[in-house]
Design a protein around this ligand. Sequence first.
Ligand SMILES: [Zn+2]
Length: 443
Amino acid sequence: MPARATLAAALTLVLAATPAAAQVTAIRAGRLIDPATGTAATNQIILVEGETITAIGSNVPIPAGADVIDLSRLSVLPGLVDTHTHQAMTYKEVPENNVYYLTYILDSTPLRAIQAASNTLQLLDSGFTVIRDVGNNALYADVALRMAIEQGWMPGPTIIPSGPMIGSTGGQFWPTPEMYKQHDIMYPEYIDANSPEEIVRAVRENLLFGAKTIKLCIDCKPWGYSVDDIKLAISEAAKGGAKVEGHCQTAEGVQRAIDAGIWAIAHAAATPEQHAEMAEKGIFLNSTDTPFTPYRGSEAAFKSTVAKLRDAWEKKVRITFSTDFDYWNDRMKKADGEWMSRGDLEINFLLTWKAAGIPAPDILKAMTITGFEEADVIKDGRGPIEVGNYADLIAVAGDPLTDIDALRDVQFVMKDGLVFKQNGVMTPAKGFHPGPVKGWRRR
Ligand SMILES: [Zn+2]
Protein backbone atom coordinates (compact mmCIF):
# COMPACT_ATOMS: atom_id res chain seq x y z
CA MET A 1 0.00 0.00 0.00
CA PRO A 2 1.46 3.48 -0.93
CA ALA A 3 2.49 5.64 2.05
CA ARG A 4 -0.16 8.28 1.35
CA ALA A 5 -2.94 5.70 1.30
CA THR A 6 -1.63 4.24 4.57
CA LEU A 7 -1.71 7.66 6.22
CA ALA A 8 -5.20 8.33 4.95
CA ALA A 9 -6.36 4.93 6.15
CA ALA A 10 -4.76 5.53 9.53
CA LEU A 11 -6.43 8.95 9.84
CA THR A 12 -9.79 7.46 8.95
CA LEU A 13 -9.29 4.83 11.63
CA VAL A 14 -8.32 7.44 14.23
CA LEU A 15 -11.28 9.65 13.35
CA ALA A 16 -13.66 6.71 13.42
CA ALA A 17 -12.29 5.54 16.78
CA THR A 18 -12.45 8.92 18.52
CA PRO A 19 -15.73 9.15 20.44
CA ALA A 20 -17.48 12.47 20.94
CA ALA A 21 -15.53 14.34 23.63
CA ALA A 22 -16.99 13.55 27.04
CA GLN A 23 -18.33 16.44 29.08
CA VAL A 24 -15.72 17.78 31.51
CA THR A 25 -16.85 18.79 34.98
CA ALA A 26 -14.64 20.69 37.41
CA ILE A 27 -15.53 20.43 41.10
CA ARG A 28 -14.15 23.00 43.51
CA ALA A 29 -13.86 21.19 46.86
CA GLY A 30 -13.43 23.34 49.97
CA ARG A 31 -12.09 20.30 51.81
CA LEU A 32 -11.31 16.96 50.20
CA ILE A 33 -11.39 14.20 52.81
CA ASP A 34 -9.28 11.05 52.56
CA PRO A 35 -10.98 8.55 54.91
CA ALA A 36 -8.04 6.12 54.56
CA THR A 37 -5.76 8.51 56.44
CA GLY A 38 -8.34 10.61 58.28
CA THR A 39 -6.95 13.78 56.73
CA ALA A 40 -8.31 16.58 54.51
CA ALA A 41 -6.75 18.77 51.82
CA THR A 42 -8.17 22.25 51.34
CA ASN A 43 -9.20 24.02 48.13
CA GLN A 44 -8.86 21.15 45.71
CA ILE A 45 -10.08 20.91 42.13
CA ILE A 46 -11.38 17.57 40.87
CA LEU A 47 -11.76 17.12 37.12
CA VAL A 48 -14.28 14.59 35.90
CA GLU A 49 -14.45 13.48 32.27
CA GLY A 50 -17.40 11.28 31.41
CA GLU A 51 -17.61 8.71 34.20
CA THR A 52 -14.12 9.03 35.65
CA ILE A 53 -11.83 11.32 37.61
CA THR A 54 -8.99 12.66 35.45
CA ALA A 55 -7.18 15.10 37.75
CA ILE A 56 -7.08 16.18 41.39
CA GLY A 57 -5.03 19.01 42.90
CA SER A 58 -4.91 22.59 44.10
CA ASN A 59 -3.46 23.95 40.84
CA VAL A 60 -5.33 21.90 38.25
CA PRO A 61 -6.27 24.19 35.33
CA ILE A 62 -9.98 24.19 34.51
CA PRO A 63 -10.46 23.49 30.77
CA ALA A 64 -12.52 25.92 28.71
CA GLY A 65 -16.10 24.74 28.39
CA ALA A 66 -16.04 22.71 31.60
CA ASP A 67 -19.07 22.67 33.87
CA VAL A 68 -17.93 24.13 37.18
CA ILE A 69 -19.56 22.89 40.38
CA ASP A 70 -18.79 25.01 43.41
CA LEU A 71 -18.50 22.93 46.59
CA SER A 72 -15.95 25.30 48.11
CA ARG A 73 -17.99 25.64 51.30
CA LEU A 74 -18.41 21.89 51.71
CA SER A 75 -16.41 18.77 52.62
CA VAL A 76 -16.12 16.36 49.69
CA LEU A 77 -15.63 12.65 50.37
CA PRO A 78 -16.15 9.26 48.72
CA GLY A 79 -19.64 7.75 48.68
CA LEU A 80 -20.80 5.55 51.58
CA VAL A 81 -21.19 1.76 51.69
CA ASP A 82 -23.80 -0.42 53.38
CA THR A 83 -22.23 -3.88 53.38
CA HIS A 84 -25.31 -5.84 54.46
CA THR A 85 -28.80 -4.85 53.45
CA HIS A 86 -31.89 -6.09 51.61
CA GLN A 87 -33.22 -3.59 49.07
CA ALA A 88 -36.06 -5.81 47.85
CA MET A 89 -37.38 -6.71 51.31
CA THR A 90 -39.66 -4.52 53.41
CA TYR A 91 -41.69 -6.40 55.97
CA LYS A 92 -44.35 -4.49 57.83
CA GLU A 93 -46.33 -4.54 61.08
CA VAL A 94 -49.50 -4.50 58.99
CA PRO A 95 -50.51 -6.77 57.35
CA GLU A 96 -47.79 -9.33 58.06
CA ASN A 97 -47.04 -8.63 61.75
CA ASN A 98 -43.33 -8.32 60.92
CA VAL A 99 -43.13 -11.94 59.79
CA TYR A 100 -41.16 -11.77 56.59
CA TYR A 101 -42.19 -15.23 55.52
CA LEU A 102 -45.55 -13.58 54.86
CA THR A 103 -43.91 -10.84 52.82
CA TYR A 104 -42.74 -13.58 50.44
CA ILE A 105 -46.40 -14.46 49.88
CA LEU A 106 -47.85 -10.96 49.81
CA ASP A 107 -45.29 -9.13 47.67
CA SER A 108 -44.37 -10.56 44.24
CA THR A 109 -40.87 -10.43 42.74
CA PRO A 110 -41.86 -7.60 40.33
CA LEU A 111 -43.35 -5.53 43.16
CA ARG A 112 -40.27 -6.12 45.27
CA ALA A 113 -37.95 -5.15 42.42
CA ILE A 114 -39.80 -1.84 42.13
CA GLN A 115 -39.62 -1.36 45.91
CA ALA A 116 -35.88 -2.02 45.62
CA ALA A 117 -35.54 0.65 42.91
CA SER A 118 -37.28 3.15 45.19
CA ASN A 119 -35.20 2.17 48.23
CA THR A 120 -31.99 2.39 46.30
CA LEU A 121 -32.71 5.91 45.02
CA GLN A 122 -33.40 6.93 48.64
CA LEU A 123 -30.05 5.44 49.66
CA LEU A 124 -28.19 7.27 46.88
CA ASP A 125 -29.89 10.47 48.07
CA SER A 126 -28.28 9.82 51.47
CA GLY A 127 -24.87 9.31 49.90
CA PHE A 128 -24.64 5.51 49.60
CA THR A 129 -22.88 4.68 46.31
CA VAL A 130 -22.11 0.99 46.98
CA ILE A 131 -24.52 -1.55 48.47
CA ARG A 132 -23.99 -5.22 49.23
CA ASP A 133 -27.46 -6.73 48.88
CA VAL A 134 -27.37 -10.14 50.51
CA GLY A 135 -30.47 -12.27 50.12
CA ASN A 136 -34.22 -12.08 50.79
CA ASN A 137 -34.75 -10.59 47.34
CA ALA A 138 -37.47 -12.89 45.99
CA LEU A 139 -36.31 -14.44 42.69
CA TYR A 140 -33.25 -12.30 41.91
CA ALA A 141 -34.85 -8.85 42.26
CA ASP A 142 -31.42 -7.75 43.56
CA VAL A 143 -29.73 -8.84 40.31
CA ALA A 144 -32.42 -7.11 38.23
CA LEU A 145 -31.79 -3.93 40.23
CA ARG A 146 -28.07 -4.13 39.55
CA MET A 147 -28.60 -4.74 35.84
CA ALA A 148 -31.05 -1.84 35.46
CA ILE A 149 -28.49 0.51 37.02
CA GLU A 150 -25.45 -0.93 35.19
CA GLN A 151 -27.19 -0.78 31.80
CA GLY A 152 -28.18 2.85 32.33
CA TRP A 153 -31.96 2.64 32.72
CA MET A 154 -31.83 4.49 36.01
CA PRO A 155 -29.29 6.07 38.34
CA GLY A 156 -28.33 4.17 41.46
CA PRO A 157 -25.59 2.86 43.70
CA THR A 158 -23.36 0.01 42.57
CA ILE A 159 -25.22 -3.08 43.76
CA ILE A 160 -23.31 -6.22 44.80
CA PRO A 161 -26.14 -8.81 44.78
CA SER A 162 -26.00 -12.30 46.27
CA GLY A 163 -29.15 -13.84 44.82
CA PRO A 164 -30.99 -16.15 47.23
CA MET A 165 -29.16 -17.26 50.36
CA ILE A 166 -27.78 -20.78 50.22
CA GLY A 167 -28.47 -22.92 53.29
CA SER A 168 -29.04 -26.43 54.49
CA THR A 169 -32.64 -27.64 54.49
CA GLY A 170 -35.11 -24.96 55.51
CA GLY A 171 -32.86 -21.91 55.31
CA GLN A 172 -33.83 -19.50 58.08
CA PHE A 173 -37.35 -20.94 58.37
CA TRP A 174 -39.07 -24.16 59.41
CA PRO A 175 -41.26 -24.95 56.41
CA THR A 176 -44.03 -27.51 56.86
CA PRO A 177 -43.70 -30.94 55.25
CA GLU A 178 -46.31 -29.84 52.71
CA MET A 179 -44.16 -26.86 51.73
CA TYR A 180 -40.88 -28.75 51.74
CA LYS A 181 -42.02 -31.71 49.71
CA GLN A 182 -44.08 -29.74 47.20
CA HIS A 183 -42.34 -26.50 46.41
CA ASP A 184 -45.48 -25.27 44.67
CA ILE A 185 -46.75 -24.27 48.11
CA MET A 186 -44.99 -21.05 49.15
CA TYR A 187 -41.42 -21.97 49.97
CA PRO A 188 -38.97 -19.56 51.64
CA GLU A 189 -36.39 -17.73 49.55
CA TYR A 190 -33.40 -19.96 50.19
CA ILE A 191 -31.63 -22.53 48.07
CA ASP A 192 -31.44 -25.81 49.98
CA ALA A 193 -28.00 -27.31 49.50
CA ASN A 194 -27.34 -30.37 51.63
CA SER A 195 -24.31 -32.06 50.08
CA PRO A 196 -21.09 -31.04 48.34
CA GLU A 197 -22.74 -31.55 44.95
CA GLU A 198 -25.73 -29.42 45.95
CA ILE A 199 -23.48 -26.67 47.32
CA VAL A 200 -21.54 -26.51 44.04
CA ARG A 201 -24.78 -26.50 42.07
CA ALA A 202 -26.31 -23.74 44.21
CA VAL A 203 -23.25 -21.49 43.96
CA ARG A 204 -23.08 -21.98 40.18
CA GLU A 205 -26.80 -21.28 39.84
CA ASN A 206 -26.46 -17.96 41.66
CA LEU A 207 -23.39 -16.97 39.64
CA LEU A 208 -25.22 -17.90 36.43
CA PHE A 209 -28.13 -15.64 37.31
CA GLY A 210 -25.84 -12.70 38.11
CA ALA A 211 -24.80 -12.87 41.77
CA LYS A 212 -21.58 -10.99 42.53
CA THR A 213 -21.23 -12.36 46.06
CA ILE A 214 -22.37 -15.58 47.73
CA LYS A 215 -24.33 -15.62 50.99
CA LEU A 216 -24.31 -18.77 53.09
CA CYS A 217 -26.50 -19.64 56.06
CA ILE A 218 -23.74 -21.17 58.20
CA ASP A 219 -25.73 -22.16 61.28
CA CYS A 220 -29.40 -21.34 60.67
CA LYS A 221 -30.06 -24.99 61.48
CA PRO A 222 -28.36 -27.39 63.91
CA TRP A 223 -27.18 -29.32 60.83
CA GLY A 224 -25.56 -26.24 59.28
CA TYR A 225 -22.36 -26.17 57.25
CA SER A 226 -19.04 -27.79 58.21
CA VAL A 227 -15.65 -26.19 57.64
CA ASP A 228 -15.23 -28.34 54.51
CA ASP A 229 -18.67 -27.32 53.20
CA ILE A 230 -17.77 -23.64 53.62
CA LYS A 231 -14.36 -24.12 51.97
CA LEU A 232 -16.07 -25.76 49.01
CA ALA A 233 -18.47 -22.82 48.61
CA ILE A 234 -15.53 -20.39 48.82
CA SER A 235 -13.54 -22.17 46.10
CA GLU A 236 -16.57 -22.53 43.83
CA ALA A 237 -17.55 -18.86 44.30
CA ALA A 238 -13.98 -17.82 43.49
CA LYS A 239 -14.35 -19.33 40.01
CA GLY A 240 -16.96 -16.62 39.35
CA GLY A 241 -14.92 -13.90 41.10
CA ALA A 242 -17.26 -13.84 44.11
CA LYS A 243 -16.45 -13.72 47.83
CA VAL A 244 -18.50 -15.51 50.48
CA GLU A 245 -20.35 -13.92 53.38
CA GLY A 246 -21.59 -16.17 56.18
CA HIS A 247 -24.73 -15.53 58.20
CA CYS A 248 -23.70 -16.72 61.69
CA GLN A 249 -25.96 -16.69 64.73
CA THR A 250 -23.88 -18.86 67.10
CA ALA A 251 -20.25 -18.73 68.26
CA GLU A 252 -19.85 -22.29 66.92
CA GLY A 253 -20.97 -21.13 63.47
CA VAL A 254 -18.60 -18.17 63.64
CA GLN A 255 -15.72 -20.53 64.44
CA ARG A 256 -16.44 -22.78 61.47
CA ALA A 257 -16.58 -19.71 59.20
CA ILE A 258 -13.27 -18.42 60.59
CA ASP A 259 -11.61 -21.83 60.25
CA ALA A 260 -12.76 -22.07 56.63
CA GLY A 261 -11.20 -18.68 55.84
CA ILE A 262 -14.45 -16.93 54.92
CA TRP A 263 -14.41 -13.37 53.49
CA ALA A 264 -17.03 -11.78 55.77
CA ILE A 265 -19.16 -12.70 58.78
CA ALA A 266 -22.60 -11.19 59.28
CA HIS A 267 -24.30 -10.32 62.57
CA ALA A 268 -22.81 -10.19 66.06
CA ALA A 269 -22.38 -13.72 67.39
CA ALA A 270 -18.57 -13.60 67.64
CA THR A 271 -16.91 -13.75 71.07
CA PRO A 272 -14.09 -11.36 72.05
CA GLU A 273 -11.58 -14.16 71.33
CA GLN A 274 -13.12 -14.66 67.90
CA HIS A 275 -12.92 -10.92 67.21
CA ALA A 276 -9.18 -11.17 67.84
CA GLU A 277 -8.90 -14.10 65.45
CA MET A 278 -10.97 -12.32 62.79
CA ALA A 279 -8.66 -9.31 63.06
CA GLU A 280 -5.61 -11.50 62.66
CA LYS A 281 -7.06 -13.20 59.59
CA GLY A 282 -8.46 -10.00 58.04
CA ILE A 283 -12.07 -11.25 58.02
CA PHE A 284 -14.65 -8.49 57.54
CA LEU A 285 -17.41 -8.04 60.15
CA ASN A 286 -20.91 -6.89 59.15
CA SER A 287 -22.37 -6.82 62.64
CA THR A 288 -25.64 -5.09 61.57
CA ASP A 289 -25.74 -2.67 64.51
CA THR A 290 -29.40 -1.75 65.02
CA PRO A 291 -29.92 1.37 67.17
CA PHE A 292 -32.63 1.67 69.83
CA THR A 293 -35.25 4.05 68.45
CA PRO A 294 -39.01 4.70 68.77
CA TYR A 295 -39.49 2.45 65.72
CA ARG A 296 -37.10 -0.41 66.49
CA GLY A 297 -35.17 -2.33 69.12
CA SER A 298 -34.94 -2.52 72.89
CA GLU A 299 -32.58 -0.95 75.39
CA ALA A 300 -31.17 -4.34 76.45
CA ALA A 301 -30.48 -5.44 72.87
CA PHE A 302 -28.91 -2.06 72.14
CA LYS A 303 -26.51 -2.34 75.11
CA SER A 304 -25.31 -5.72 73.88
CA THR A 305 -24.97 -4.47 70.28
CA VAL A 306 -22.95 -1.45 71.41
CA ALA A 307 -20.65 -3.58 73.62
CA LYS A 308 -19.95 -6.04 70.79
CA LEU A 309 -19.25 -3.30 68.23
CA ARG A 310 -16.95 -1.61 70.74
CA ASP A 311 -15.07 -4.87 71.34
CA ALA A 312 -14.68 -5.54 67.60
CA TRP A 313 -13.28 -2.02 67.13
CA GLU A 314 -10.88 -2.42 70.08
CA LYS A 315 -9.67 -5.73 68.63
CA LYS A 316 -9.08 -3.97 65.27
CA VAL A 317 -11.47 -6.17 63.29
CA ARG A 318 -12.19 -4.88 59.77
CA ILE A 319 -15.59 -3.51 60.78
CA THR A 320 -17.98 -2.11 58.20
CA PHE A 321 -21.21 -0.10 58.29
CA SER A 322 -23.99 -2.67 57.91
CA THR A 323 -27.67 -2.28 58.67
CA ASP A 324 -29.64 -5.38 57.66
CA PHE A 325 -32.37 -2.85 56.92
CA ASP A 326 -35.55 -4.55 55.64
CA TYR A 327 -38.61 -3.30 57.60
CA TRP A 328 -41.05 -0.45 57.89
CA ASN A 329 -43.63 0.86 60.36
CA ASP A 330 -45.65 4.01 60.89
CA ARG A 331 -43.39 5.34 63.65
CA MET A 332 -40.58 6.10 61.20
CA LYS A 333 -41.18 9.84 61.23
CA LYS A 334 -39.12 12.90 62.04
CA ALA A 335 -40.03 15.45 64.72
CA ASP A 336 -41.86 17.53 62.08
CA GLY A 337 -44.05 14.56 61.10
CA GLU A 338 -42.29 13.91 57.77
CA TRP A 339 -41.43 10.30 56.89
CA MET A 340 -37.82 9.29 57.27
CA SER A 341 -36.42 7.99 53.97
CA ARG A 342 -34.77 4.57 53.76
CA GLY A 343 -31.49 6.54 53.62
CA ASP A 344 -32.35 8.50 56.80
CA LEU A 345 -33.16 5.20 58.52
CA GLU A 346 -29.83 3.68 57.57
CA ILE A 347 -27.76 6.74 58.48
CA ASN A 348 -29.46 6.60 61.89
CA PHE A 349 -27.32 3.53 62.65
CA LEU A 350 -24.69 6.15 63.55
CA LEU A 351 -26.45 6.16 66.95
CA THR A 352 -24.92 2.76 67.68
CA TRP A 353 -21.43 3.70 66.47
CA LYS A 354 -21.45 6.87 68.57
CA ALA A 355 -22.74 5.00 71.64
CA ALA A 356 -19.80 2.60 71.21
CA GLY A 357 -17.46 5.59 71.51
CA ILE A 358 -15.79 4.92 68.16
CA PRO A 359 -13.95 8.03 66.91
CA ALA A 360 -15.44 9.80 63.89
CA PRO A 361 -12.46 9.10 61.57
CA ASP A 362 -12.76 5.37 62.29
CA ILE A 363 -16.52 5.41 61.64
CA LEU A 364 -15.92 7.23 58.37
CA LYS A 365 -13.28 4.69 57.36
CA ALA A 366 -15.69 1.82 58.12
CA MET A 367 -18.40 3.53 56.02
CA THR A 368 -16.10 4.06 53.03
CA ILE A 369 -12.69 2.41 52.58
CA THR A 370 -13.33 -0.79 54.55
CA GLY A 371 -16.71 -1.10 52.81
CA PHE A 372 -15.09 -0.71 49.36
CA GLU A 373 -12.56 -3.38 50.32
CA GLU A 374 -15.25 -5.81 51.43
CA ALA A 375 -17.44 -5.10 48.38
CA ASP A 376 -14.27 -5.74 46.36
CA VAL A 377 -14.91 -2.79 44.03
CA ILE A 378 -11.49 -1.11 44.28
CA LYS A 379 -10.05 -3.48 41.65
CA ASP A 380 -12.77 -2.18 39.29
CA GLY A 381 -11.67 1.41 39.85
CA ARG A 382 -14.47 2.25 42.22
CA GLY A 383 -14.51 3.76 45.70
CA PRO A 384 -11.65 6.08 46.68
CA ILE A 385 -11.47 9.54 45.08
CA GLU A 386 -8.43 8.92 42.87
CA VAL A 387 -7.42 9.70 39.30
CA GLY A 388 -8.69 6.93 37.01
CA ASN A 389 -11.49 5.86 39.35
CA TYR A 390 -15.21 6.29 38.69
CA ALA A 391 -16.39 9.71 39.87
CA ASP A 392 -18.48 8.64 42.86
CA LEU A 393 -18.41 11.36 45.49
CA ILE A 394 -20.58 13.20 47.97
CA ALA A 395 -20.37 16.48 49.88
CA VAL A 396 -21.62 17.63 53.27
CA ALA A 397 -21.54 20.84 55.27
CA GLY A 398 -19.30 20.59 58.33
CA ASP A 399 -16.51 18.12 58.98
CA PRO A 400 -17.34 14.41 59.35
CA LEU A 401 -13.81 13.78 60.69
CA THR A 402 -14.80 15.63 63.87
CA ASP A 403 -18.62 15.35 63.79
CA ILE A 404 -19.85 12.18 62.10
CA ASP A 405 -23.44 13.50 62.21
CA ALA A 406 -22.44 15.78 59.34
CA LEU A 407 -23.28 12.73 57.17
CA ARG A 408 -26.95 13.09 58.08
CA ASP A 409 -27.28 16.03 55.70
CA VAL A 410 -25.75 15.14 52.34
CA GLN A 411 -25.80 18.19 50.05
CA PHE A 412 -24.28 16.77 46.88
CA VAL A 413 -24.03 13.34 45.25
CA MET A 414 -22.22 12.39 42.04
CA LYS A 415 -22.35 8.79 40.75
CA ASP A 416 -20.41 7.65 37.68
CA GLY A 417 -19.73 11.31 36.88
CA LEU A 418 -23.41 12.30 36.82
CA VAL A 419 -24.80 14.76 39.34
CA PHE A 420 -27.60 13.06 41.29
CA LYS A 421 -28.10 15.65 44.03
CA GLN A 422 -27.13 19.29 44.27
CA ASN A 423 -27.80 21.93 46.93
CA GLY A 424 -29.53 19.25 49.00
CA VAL A 425 -32.09 18.39 46.29
CA MET A 426 -32.24 15.24 44.11
CA THR A 427 -31.66 16.15 40.44
CA PRO A 428 -31.51 12.70 38.86
CA ALA A 429 -32.94 13.54 35.42
CA LYS A 430 -29.70 12.85 33.54
CA GLY A 431 -29.56 9.34 34.97
CA PHE A 432 -32.85 8.12 33.43
CA HIS A 433 -32.86 6.69 29.91
CA PRO A 434 -35.35 5.02 27.54
CA GLY A 435 -32.99 2.12 26.94
CA PRO A 436 -29.82 0.33 28.06
CA VAL A 437 -27.55 3.22 27.00
CA LYS A 438 -24.49 1.73 28.70
CA GLY A 439 -24.91 -1.61 26.94
CA TRP A 440 -27.49 -4.36 27.17
CA ARG A 441 -24.87 -6.98 27.99
CA ARG A 442 -23.82 -5.29 31.23
CA ARG A 443 -24.77 -7.21 34.32
ZN1 LIG B 1 -29.51 -9.74 56.57
